[in-house]
Design a binder for this molecule. Structure first.
Ligand SMILES: CC(C)(COP(=O)(O)OP(=O)(O)OC[C@H]1O[C@@H](n2cnc3c(N)ncnc32)[C@H](O)[C@@H]1OP(=O)(O)O)[C@@H](O)C(=O)NCCC(=O)NCCS
Length: 177
C-alpha cells in the first residue's frame, strides 16, 4: 500500500550566533568523509570542524529538520555589492530525499530578502548533487580543474520562479538567525 510522505517538521531554532554555533558544530561533525570533503574541500577532523564552527560568522543561516533534529544547514556569507557566498550541507543519511533542494531554494529566497542579488558556490566537479541544484537555479558553472565555481543571479532566478512559493510547498526550512 502506498505510504503518504510527511514533510519534515520545520522549526525555528532560537538564539543568536553564540547559541547556534554549537548547532553548526554538531551538524558538521555528523557529516561523513565524502560530505566533509565536498563541503569543506578537505576531510577535516572533528577538531578542525569545531574551530570552523566556533569562528563561523555567516550573515544568514537556515536549517532543515528531520527526525526531530537539524540535519541540514545553509549558510550565507554576505560580501560587497549585494553579493554572497553560500555553503550548504545535508547529513549523509538524509541526502537524496529533497531536503537539499528545499534548503537551497529557501536559502536563495532568504538571501534575496536580505538584499543579496548574486551568490557564489564552490564545489568539486564530481559533486552532481550541488551541480544539479545550481543548474536548476540558472547558475553559471565555471570549471577550474577539479573544482567548480558557480555564480547565481538570484534576482533573475526569482523573476522566473516564485522562490517563496516553491519553498513554501516544500515547507521545510526556517531562518535561524
Ligand atoms: C549537495 C547536497 C546539499 C544536496 O542535498 P540533498 O538533500 O542530497 O539534495 P536533494 O535530495 O534535494 O537532491 C538534489 C539533487 O542532487 C542529486 N543528488 C543527491 N544526491 C546525489 C548523489 N549522491 N549523487 C548524484 N546526485 C545526487 C539529486 O538527484 C537531485 O538532483 P535531481 O533533482 O536533478 O535529481 C548534499 O548532497 C550534501 O550535503 N553534500 C555534501 C556537502 C556539499 O556537497 N555541499 C556543496 C558545496 S558547499
Amino acid at each position: 500500500m502506498p505510504r503518504a510522505l510527511v514533510p519534515p517538521h520545520a522549526e525555528v531554532l532560537p538564539g543568536r550566533l553564540a547559541d547556534w554555533r554549537p548547532a553548526l558544530a554538531r551538524h558538521y561533525k555528523r557529516l561523513g568523509h565524502l560530505s566533509r570533503l565536498r563541503r569543506f574541500m578537505a576531510v577535516l577532523p572533528n577538531s578542525s570542524l569545531q574551530k570552523i564552527a566556533d569562528r563561523a560568522s555567516p550573515d544568514i543561516v537556515l536549517g532543515i529538520r528531520a527526525d526531530g533534529r537539524l540535519v541540514g544547514v545553509l549558510e550565507v556569507f554576505k560580501g560587497d555589492n549585494a553579493h554572497a557566498e553560500i555553503g550548504i550541507s545535508v547529513e549523509d543519511a538524509h541526502q537524496g530525499q529533497g531536503l537539499g533542494r528545499a534548503l537551497f531554494l529557501d536559502g536563495l529566497a532568504a538571501a534575496e530578502d536580505h538584499g543579496v542579488r548574486t551568490a557564489d558556490l564552490y564545489f568539486s566537479s564530481e559533486n552532481h548533487g550541488i551541480r544539479s541544484l545550481v543548474s536548476d537555479a540558472g547558475g553559471q558553472i565555471l570549471q577550474r580543474g577539479a573544482e567548480c565555481e558557480a555564480h547565481i543571479d538570484i534576482s533573475r532566478f526569482k523573476a522566473c520562479h516564485d522562490l517563496s512559493g516553491v519553498a513554501e510547498d516544500l515547507a521545510t526550512v526556517r531562518i535561524l538567525h
